[in-house]
Ligand binder design. Structure first.
Ligand code: HEC
Length: 121
């Protein structure tokens, strides 16, 4: 019984913590980062490394790059996009390639957006 109560407490605090996070806007917060940090390489005008284009929401979510969908809606940890930014992916290098990695706050913000359902909001 005691364990049950502990688990309930843990679960409820988890839910509260999730709800507390402000909604992240793709258009206002994510897209500017992509334009600034990623589109130099991943754009439809150029080759788009690994067939990944980040010109807009549609391209990002298309899921036809070399290793399939890079965003797993609702699961940032399993999203290749986040693994690539953190440098934990099983192949290739940390991105943006040869440049300064994104700061933790920005990666956290993108993770939150994915966990909130990766909407075109
Ligand atoms: C200087 C060029 C360059 C920049 C800038 C860059 N990338 Fe890449 N990206 C690459 C190359 C080259 C690859 C293929 C090799 C690899 O996976 O490391 C790649 C691969 C990827 C992949 C893997 C796609 C797949 O299906 O295998 C993801 C995800 C990715 N990039 C995301 C990003 C994000 C997000 C940014 C911006 C924060 C970014 N990249 C910035 C060059 C770049």
């Amino acid at each position: 019984m005691r364990y049950f109560i502990v688990i309930c407490l843990l679960l409820s605090s988890f839910v509260v913590a999730q709800e507390k996070k402000a909604k992240v806007s793709f258009k206002k917060e994510i897209m500017p980062v992509l334009i600034k940090k990623c589109m130099g390489c991943h754009n439809t005008e150029d080759e788009g490394p690994s067939g990944l284009y980040l010109d807009d929401y549609k391209e990002l979510m298309k899921g036809d790059s070399k290793h399939g969908p890079v965003i797993k809606s609702g699961n940032s940890e399993e999203s290749l996009f986040i693994q690539k930014l953190k440098g934990t992916a099983k192949f290739g290098k940390q991105l943006p390639r040869g440049k300064i990695p994104l700061d933790d706050e920005t990666i956290e913000m993108i993770s939150t957006w994915i966990d909130q359902g990766a909407k075109n909001n």
